[in-house]
Design a protein around this ligand. Structure first.
Ligand code: 9MR
Length: 379
């Protein structure tokens, strides 16, 4: 990933010279400090909802703006990689919570909500990421299943009382709505692994909000139909827990996370009405909904986006914010990063060839048109 020199350590004219390349449509740098952004921050604009961002502690090293903006302008921090299997359980018998703790600590310092993400996930199309370490894959089915429930218990109980929300299972479906035959699925050859992961999470932290998370399910499709059916099953399954000294039964599921990795090129947007109707199917079950990984990638040439694409991107951000605002059970939005300096879209150019510039701020932390359109839509 190209990073360049952190702009935040430069001052005055040196910022303009070294951090140079202003995107067309980005706000001019008439700001007092390199990390300043005009107007009220998104975190203050959506009453009753948390407007937050994914966070990775290493990005704050030597880059003041990353930590400052994440802490000041957003209402929640979510572990971007801190609670994935390969981060918390990299080798047999060893747990590593340094990254997740760092995100939790940053959220506490900034008086923010803290959310943990993507606990049980094994992306078949990105095996190179090694999310499920080899030693876990090699376990016999029953042991791998046990490892999974123990892992959920360990992580969720560690953050009980600190994290408001956890996306317990991420991306269980393929594009046609079949269950992905990944390492976790192989333990039970059915959706039972999902039910058991949720049961372990509920028992470990009865009041934490438990979410099921998917990508490309924002509209009505075979995939979102399957997600709906599984959500209903998890909602209808209850488990006995103890809350404040009282025994009660709680459903395994509180809500559904729609990742919302959107496209901002011409004619690439789903119909808003279709997304609205889809969300309603989930909230009608009494479930919360949340956009959990929102970003909007747009066509770029040599890393730069054009003015029209930036304007269309601004409209897509506003559409998603508007959808959340009008949906009573939408708990808010998590952006999958907030600056083009650190974006998974440009981290994987082979996957997203010709696209980039997906976040609200440019690589030098200047507001893009989306920053203002988002804030207007949240008000
Ligand atoms: O943004 C994350 C990226 O930096 C990591 O390399 C990758 C693998 O650890 O995970 C990315 O986040 C993913 C998220 O957890 C689930 N949905 C898809 C996101 C992008 O792959």
């Amino acid at each position: 990933m190209k990073r360049g020199r952190p702009c935040a350590i430069l001052v005055g004219a040196a910022i303009a010279a070294a951090c140079g390349t202003v995107e067309p449509g980005a706000s001019p740098s008439n700001r007092a400090g390199p990390c300043d952004l005009a107007g009220p921050p998104p975190r203050d604009l959506a009453e009753g909802r948390t407007i937050g961002t994914a966070y990775r502690s290493v990005f704050a090293d030597g880059d003041r703006c990353y930590a400052e903006i994440a802490g000041r302008d957003f209402g929640s921090l979510t572990t971007e990689i801190g609670t994935m299997t390969n981060t918390v359980a990299p080798t047999p018998g060893r747990f590593d919570f340094r990254e997740a703790d760092a995100v939790a600590d940053a959220a506490r310092r900034n008086h923010q909500d803290f959310q943990i993400h993507s606990l049980i996930w094994d992306p078949l199309d990105q095996q190179v990421w090694g999310i499920v370490p080899e030693y876990v894959r090699a376990l016999p089915d029953a042991q791998r299943h046990r490892f999974m429930t123990d892992l959920v218990t360990k992580v969720v109980s560690r953050y009980a009382g600190r994290a408001s929300t956890v996306t317990v299972v991420n991306e269980p479906f393929d594009q046609r709505g079949g269950l992905q035959h990944n390492a976790w699925w192989r333990s039970t050859s059915s959706d039972e692994y999902i039910v058991e992961a949720f049961r372990a999470a509920r028992l470990a932290a009865p009041t934490m909000k438990l979410l099921l998370n998917e990508h490309s399910s924002e509209t009505i499709s075979d995939k979102s139909n399957a997600l709906l059916a599984l959500s209903k099953k998890l909602r209808d399954t209850t488990v006995e827990v103890n809350v404040d000294g009282k025994t009660e039964r709680r459903p395994l599921l509180d809500g559904v996370g729609f990742q919302a990795h959107m496209l901002g090129g011409p004619d690439q947007q789903p119909r808003t009405e279709d997304m609205r109707a889809n969300l309603k199917r989930f909230t009608d079950l009494g479930l919360d909904v949340r956009f959990t990984e929102l970003d909007v990638r747009i066509p770029t040439k040599d890393g730069r986006a054009g003015a029209e694409d930036l304007q269309r991107q601004a409209r897509v951000y506003a559409t998603m914010a508007g959808l959340c605002r009008e949906t009573a059970r939408c708990t808010g939005i998590t952006f999958w990063g907030f600056t083009d300096r650190h974006s998974w879209i440009t981290d994987y150019p082979a996957t997203f060839s010709g696209y980039g510039s997906a976040n609200l701020l440019d690589a030098d932390y200047r507001a893009k048109p989306a920053w203002d359109s988002l804030r207007s839509a949240l008000r």
